[in-house]
Design a protein around this ligand. Structure first.
Ligand code: Q9C
Ligand code: ZN
Length: 323
């Protein structure tokens, strides 16, 4: 069996989005409770001291300061009294900055632990999600582009040459794609509903300059299910990985393509997330010595999210891989 701890810290629950927002602490509590029931080992490592420096290699200094100051000025999460930051989709409370920095710190710690050989892979059960966040703006429930911060940290701090990001959230990761659009060291493959929020992710968006061909988008129509994901996504993932030969695999693991999700409009089954995860693990095994870190993005039905993260985690534990 692989060693695949789940990383979580209670600080991430303190990003309060109000009583009616789909991206709430309740969804993460449901995910954690399902993981605990399935026997997952849940760890809470301290953030690496370089967390803010790593965030600063992706986000503008003025954006980080603006987000911090907006949270300091925000009401302390009292019902009905929330500030919006950059977008009507992004309510903040007094602890939102600290929660977002903690989520990103957990993901940086996860990559450190995997690189040091102290775990084979890590699933980071945190929030807020990250893949829509731009270097200078919050959007789509996201504030820091966590997976983007970790990818850049693997290149700049750890000295890796090639990192692959795979994104199966139902929405296109516009922020992540934009960060590495011209960067040949970080490849990005996404499967998503299209056309849909945020509007990007057409099949002909493939990167430019040094990053030409290192972005792969798999747009799928509303209502797509396991068959489309298994065929189109897994195919694109394997083709990109074979060409790119990643040294590390990062996953933007959104579970909002689940058939029961209230906003995704797709029909992926709980087991479908297990199959997709196995394909990701095969790529990690083939090129990256199994090294993989997965970060929770979307997924807004509590029960579906719980069942799906357990499938995802069980697939990562599978012993058929690392030799
Ligand atoms: N204002 C993630 O799943 N919906 N984000 C906007 C029009 C935004 C979802 C609707 C959905 C964002 C991480
Ligand atoms: Zn999403």
């Amino acid at each position: 069996m692989r060693r695949v701890p789940v990383f979580y810290g209670p600080e991430v629950l303190r990003h309060d989005t109000g009583p009616y927002h789909p991206e709430s602490g309740r969804r993460l509590e449901a995910a954690l409770s399902a993981l605990r029931t399935s026997g997952a080992v849940i760890g809470s490592p301290p953030n690496p001291e370089r967390t803010l420096a790593a965030i600063g290699r992706v986000h503008d200094e003025s954006y980080v300061r603006r987000f911090d100051e907006a949270c300091r000025a925000a009401p302390p999460g009292v019902e009905g009294a929330f500030s919006l930051f950059d977008s009507p989709d992004n309510p903040i409370s007094a602890s939102s900055f600290d929660a977002a920095a903690r989520g990103t710190g957990l993901a940086l710690a996860a990559a450190d632990v995997v690189l040091a050989g102290r775990a084979d892979a890590v699933f980071v059960a945190a929030r807020p999600p990250g893949h829509h966040a731009l270097s200078d703006a919050a959007m789509g429930f996201c504030f820091f582009n966590t997976i983007g911060v970790v990818a850049r940290d693997l290149i700049v701090h750890h000295g890796l040459s090639r990192v692959l990001i795979a994104d199966f959230d139902v929405h296109h990761g516009n922020g992540t794609q934009h960060l590495f659009w011209e960067d040949g060291r970080v490849a990005y493959v996404s499967v998503h509903r299209f056309p849909f929020y945020p509007g990007t992710g057409a099949a002909d968006e493939t990167g430019s300059g040094a990053g030409r061909g290192s972005t792969a988008n798999v747009p799928l129509p509303a209502g797509s299910g396991d068959a489309a994901y298994a065929g189109a996504f897994v195919g694109a993932l394997e083709r990109l990985a074979e060409r790119f030969r990643p040294e590390f695999v990062l996953v933007s693991a959104g579970f909002d393509a689940h058939v029961s999700d209230p906003i995704g409009g797709m029909r992926v089954s709980t087991e479908g997330f297990g199959w997709m995860t196995r394909a990701l693990l095969e790529v990690a095994d083939a090129y990256a010595r199994g090294r993989l870190v997965s970060y929770l993005e979307g997924g807004y039905d509590a029960d579906a999210l719980g069942a799906s993260v357990v499938q995802h985690h069980r697939a990562l534990l599978d012993e058929s891989g690392v030799g």
